[in-house]
Design a binder for this molecule. Structure first.
Ligand SMILES: [Zn+2]
Ligand SMILES: [Zn+2]
Length: 413
């Protein structure tokens, strides 16, 4: 990105410039605010970092002038001040600044400062739930509130490829949504956690795969010598389904994935092996310093269970640490788990403890057992909330409803 720094202190300009350039950004600067307007317009920065207390022209006054320029209507203005009084913050907001950062914190930790800047610059990330059930779809009156489709979520950022996680029956709702948008062409990456039925059974019904001009990459873990392409191809063998993968009209690619890091547009996607029969991967999606973790299907063994593995637990803790949203398998109610241990799924007690240890901001319970009606899912949510309260945790907890969306916006004053 392009940044313009305006500060009468050459040493502050030097520190900020160094930090931003080290991170690969373009920077121009001036110590003379009275001459800044012309240079800023010529440079057209993504953001201006602006000091407040300057002898010739103060930052508030300059901000008013900058906000009058139509050429800069997409440019963010970040105040970088030596003071942090509420009064100054309110005034900065009033004259059109987008964010207020403090110089002392920047000097103490340039890395943290960079994260803060990225959080201000971040585009909205829209997380949408299209299906939240594990194992089997649940049609009918028992699933009217939370929805009955099997797993599918999407992560969308403007001008980036659409990311989709799992292709349970919920993906048909996503297809309907996409066709209603009348987008000329869809570029999507479809990540599959593992090829159990509830995660793949609607791949053949994802209509964008049959539309010429679309491009979809299907990414999932191979199973031994069976590639992910072979897994999907076998599912669409004509014994099971009359349409084969040769009938896809879109450009469709397949990729086998292990534990690795992929860069897709401005997304970084990391994968981790989970505790589940067969090869199952969880994903951490990061965009401009914001993170969502998608961890299903996964069994978190209680600490006193014979198969509890502290090393595995710590590894997952590190993988999800500090995420804005942790979407995770919470298939069973606490009391149901005793008879289901070893089936590869989790319950509220351990899920809440994971979210608390990893200090995530928001915990989303996911992959509900098909035997549970809406009231049972309410009880499961209440159990998770109680565990978090008992732990004195700051983590917020929700059970997302089918077709609901959560927006991670940029951080402002
Ligand atoms: Zn599943
Ligand atoms: Zn599974």
């Amino acid at each position: 990105m392009r940044f313009f720094v305006i500060d009468d202190s050459p040493s502050i300009v030097a520190i900020v410039t160094h930090a931003l350039r080290e991170a690969g950004h373009e920077v121009e600067s001036t110590c003379a605010p009275q001459d800044a307007l012309e240079a800023v317009v010529a440079f057209k920065p993504d953001a201006i970092l602006l000091d407040l207390v300057m002898p010739v022209m103060d930052g508030f006054e300059l901000c008013v002038h900058l906000r009058k320029l139509p050429e800069l209507n997409q440019t963010k203005i970040i105040i970088l001040s030596g003071k942090s009084y509420e009064f100054d913050k309110r005034r900065a907001k009033g004259v059109g600044a987008d964010a207020f950062l403090v110089k002392q914190a920047m000097i103490a930790s340039p890395e943290k400062f960079l994260q803060e800047v990225l959080a201000v610059m971040a585009k909205n990330i829209t997380l949408s739930y299209w299906g939240t059930r594990g194992t089997l779809p649940v049609p009918g009156k028992d699933a009217l509130r939370y929805g009955g489709n099997t797993l599918c979520v999407s992560v969308a950022v403007d001008n980036e490829p659409l990311l989709i996680f799992d292709a349970g029956t919920g993906i048909t709702r996503l297809a309907k949504h996409l066709s209603a948008q009348a987008m000329p062409r869809i570029t999507a990456k479809l990540f599959i956690s593992h090829p159990h039925w509830d995660h793949i059974n609607a791949i053949p019904f994802f209509t964008p795969l049959y539309v010429q001009g679309n491009e979809v990459e299907i990414i999932g873990p191979a199973h031994g010598h069976i590639s992910f392409r072979e897994i999907v191809s076998a599912q669409m063998d004509d014994v099971y389904f009359p349409v084969t993968i040769r009938d896809f009209g879109a450009r469709v690619f397949f990729r086998d994935i292990r534990e690795e890091t992929l860069n897709i547009g401005h997304f970084e996607i990391k994968s981790i092996l989970l505790n589940h029969p067969g090869t199952c991967l969880g994903y951490r999606i990061t965009h401009n310093g914001r993170s969502i973790c998608y961890i299903t299907d996964n069994e978190l063994y209680p600490a006193d269970a014979p198969l509890h593995n502290p090393e595995h637990e710590e590894r997952l803790d590190r993988f999800v640490a500090g995420a804005d949203i942790l979407i995770t398998d919470c298939t069973y109610l606490d009391e149901e788990y005793a008879t289901k241990m070893g089936w590869g799924h989790s319950r509220p007690r351990e899920v809440a403890a994971l979210a608390d240890r990893a200090n995530v901001r928001s915990l989303h319970l996911f992959h509900h057992d098909p035997s549970q009606d809406d009231a049972a899912i309410d009880r499961k949510l209440a159990q998770a909330v109680q565990h978090l309260q008992r732990l004195n945790s700051k983590v917020e907890c929700v059970c997302p409803v089918e077709e609901s969306t959560y927006v991670l916006g940029s951080r402002t004053i």
